[in-house]
Design a protein around this ligand. Structure first.
Ligand SMILES: [Cu+2]
Length: 152
């Protein structure tokens, strides 16, 4: 190996190590756990229906449907914060990010495809707001729930 080859090898090593340093920073900007996604597929539901996150862990809703949907907190049972949430998730990529600051339960629903009954529980909206399937039914209420665990 010539001196010139050694120099090039050393340079390549320098370049590689500085890039790997950048990649390592990108992979873990801090110790925050990765975001958890709730997707609206091409139909009136949230999936997964139920998720569990930790305090400080971002939750991201993404609407992949061609219709608008909403994320509305069910405050009769909401113990995790973000009370009074009423967010429009626009069709074709609408997005919402929430971070919960304390433990609790966060039940939510879409007000276009779910209504609350007298006991504040989601039910399908029926002929006035629901989408009828081929069997004549108005489907299940569009809703979900997040469990937020404490830090330890
Ligand atoms: Cu909806």
């Amino acid at each position: 190996m010539t001196v010139s080859q050694l120099r090039w090898g050393f340079l390549a090593l320098l370049v590689f190590s500085s890039f790997s340093h950048v990649f390592a920073q990108d992979a873990q900007p801090d110790n925050r756990p990765p975001a958890v996604q709730i997707i609206v597929p091409d139909e009136d539901r949230f999936t997964p229906f139920a998720i569990t996150v930790r305090v400080g862990q971002p939750v991201v809703w993404i609407n992949h449907d061609t219709d608008d949907h909403t994320v509305v907190s069910n405050d009769a049972f909401n113990t995790a914060g973000h009370r009074g949430l009423n967010f429009l998730l626009k069709a074709n990529g609408g997005k919402l990010v929430l971070v919960f600051k304390h433990p609790g339960m966060f039940p939510f629903f879409c007000r276009f495809h779910s209504v609350l009954d007298a006991d504040h529980q989601p039910k399908a909206p029926g002929p006035d707001g629901g989408i009828q399937d081929s069997n004549g039914n108005f489907g299940t209420p569009m809703n979900g729930v997040i469990t937020v665990l404490g830090d330890d």
